[in-house]
Design a binder for this molecule. Structure first.
Ligand SMILES: [Zn+2]
Ligand SMILES: [Zn+2]
Length: 137
């Protein structure tokens, strides 16, 4: 049985649950992730869209990624927590920000992407697989 995970934004107006284990968990050091987290990287988990149930109202910011894909970031309009994102490149999944889980330690990052944009002080676990940009599939 997969573990059911729950999460919320900082103020609690937005809550969500994820019914399955993530397909992928990793850190992203890209410039966009630095901007919206205000930190050196985001820690993201990719999950099937149909496994996620969100309660509460989110605001959306849309932009175009390097790849040309249209990206959407959904965040709480009250507290600003980045809750999840999605890409026109793969509409069957969403990307949840691991720090919004009630128990972020319940998932384990396996890789780091966009290391070429990482800050020198944002030291990552050398045991993780790392990629200079996006993982090529
Ligand atoms: Zn909130
Ligand atoms: Zn990123």
């Amino acid at each position: 049985m997969p573990e059911q995970r729950k999460g919320s934004c900082q103020c609690g107006a937005v809550t969500y649950s994820v019914a399955v284990d993530p397909l992928w968990v990793g850190h992203c050091q890209c410039t966009n992730c630095q901007k919206f987290t205000g930190a050196g990287h985001a820690t993201n988990m990719v999950v099937p869209r149909e496994a996620v149930a969100v309660q509460g109202e989110l605001k959306t910011y849309s932009y175009e990624a390097d790849s040309g894909n249209h990206m959407k970031r959904h965040f709480c309009p009250t507290c600003g927590s980045p809750v999840y994102g999605e890409s026109s490149g793969n509409e069957s999944v969403v990307v949840i920000r691991v720090g919004t889980l009630d128990d972020p330690a319940s998932v384990t990052p396996q890789a780091v992407i966009y290391t070429e944009r990482g800050c020198s002080w944002d030291t990552m676990d050398p045991a993780l697989q790392s990629f200079p940009g996006m993982i090529k599939r």
